[in-house]
Design a binder for this molecule. Structure first.
Ligand code: RBF
Length: 345
């Protein structure tokens, strides 16, 4: 009797679990994701990475200005092999109608999910993927961005060591297409616009966070006579600044917030207006503008999305002729000379 009851009890329990599971999944399937519910998916960590800090700031502003909209920031961490699962979990939660992110490798991951979750929309900055009707991407012309700091690095180097064979450095986290096809060629074009004899010394950290390793690589470049380094290393860039400080050398910075790291070592910062761009695109999307999806836009210095931040103590302290030289180069770029424009990537 006891055994019979307990089996019956187990069956009843199993049946009620099954019913609950069914109801749960029906409820989830029936609940259309709220188009005003936004997830900001950060492929990495936001802190110490201006490109991600601006992503979050821009998205927060757009959501704050849109009645009924809500936002949640999800940091996917440094393990790139975990990003797809993390993105899938975010999408499958049913909590979000719109995912906003930033990273060249993201559109490909989003495209793996749009088939299973056709109602979800994606906006990805710092990326390029045309033709997927659920995804909008915007790529910055980072050839221009590289050119700006390359030009400045060259002027500073030539002024400090006029006789030496001219060389500049880069400390990068890893190789990827926008680095290889835009940032490096742009930086080299800037260096060589000042002196065609410039060589570029490039060192690779292997990740986006190891500032000790980045400091070590920068230290050896500075030790070999390099005056100026451009880090493209996320949080590792802080190690490059520390190495520059120690040796009285210089850093040119990328994306934003460069001067706050050190008022002397950081002598220039080529910017992307990622906060404004994310704000504008998300605001439009939340306002019901569906025309952005399927589109892969490219924005540039001419539209004001790539530029130079002159408001830094390290820049102000440079000799006036160097600042005048850079400002002439910036004016040239804004009027299309040199012309680094491209229509597809
Ligand atoms: N840039 C960062 O500042 N921090 C990061 O953690 C970071 N992670 C990246 C991961 C991958 C797989 C790729 C392709 C790029 C990453 N970037 C990161 C670089 C970013 O997209 C951009 O190129 C640089 O910020 C320069 O603008």
């Amino acid at each position: 009797m006891k055994r019979f009851l307990s089996r019956e009890f187990k069956l009843a329990l199993a049946a009620s679990f099954a019913a609950a599971a069914l109801l749960g999944s029906c409820a989830k399937a029936a609940k259309a994701a709220d188009p005003l519910s936004v997830a900001v998916f950060v492929p990495g960590v936001a802190s110490g990475n201006p490109i991600y800090e601006m992503l979050v700031a821009g998205a927060e502003k757009a959501v704050a200005e849109t009645p009924g909209a809500s936002i949640k920031v999800i940091e996917a961490g440094h393990d790139q092999s975990a990003w797809l699962d993390s993105l899938r979990d975010t999408v499958a939660s049913g909590e979000f109608g719109l995912i906003v992110s930033s990273n060249p490798s993201l559109p490909e991951l989003c495209a793996k999910l749009t088939g299973d979750y056709p109602a979800i929309r994606f906006i990805v900055a710092d990326a390029y993927l045309p033709g997927n009707p659920a995804i909008h991407t915007v790529l910055y012309n980072q050839k221009e961005q590289g050119y700006i700091v390359g030009y400045l690095a060259a002027l500073v180097t030539k002024a400090r060591s006029p006789g030496a064979p001219p060389a500049a450095g880069m400390v990068v986290a890893q190789r990827y297409p926008t680095l290889d096809r835009l940032i490096i060629p742009g930086f080299e074009a800037g260096l060589r616009a000042v002196d065609p004899g410039f060589s570029l010394q490039l060192r690779e950290v292997g990740n986006w966070y190891d500032s000790a390793k980045a400091a070590e690589l920068a230290g050896s470049l500075y030790g070999s006579g390099v005056e100026v380094i451009l880090p493209i290393a996320g949080g590792g860039g802080q190690g490059v600044v520390a190495a520059a400080k120690e040796r009285g050398k210089s850093v040119v910075w990328f994306d934003g917030a460069g001067y706050s790291l050190d008022p002397v070592a950081v002598v220039g910062c080529a910017t992307v207006a990622q906060d404004r761009l994310v704000y504008e695109r998300l605001k439009a999307a939340l306002g019901g503008d569906g025309s952005i999806y399927g589109r892969a836009d490219i924005v540039s210095a001419r539209d004001g999305y790539v530029g130079f931040d002159a408001e830094g103590a390290g820049y102000a302290a440079l000799p006036a002729d160097i600042r005048a030289g850079l400002e002439a180069a910036l004016a040239g770029l804004a009027s299309g000379s040199p012309d680094f424009s491209f229509d597809t990537f």
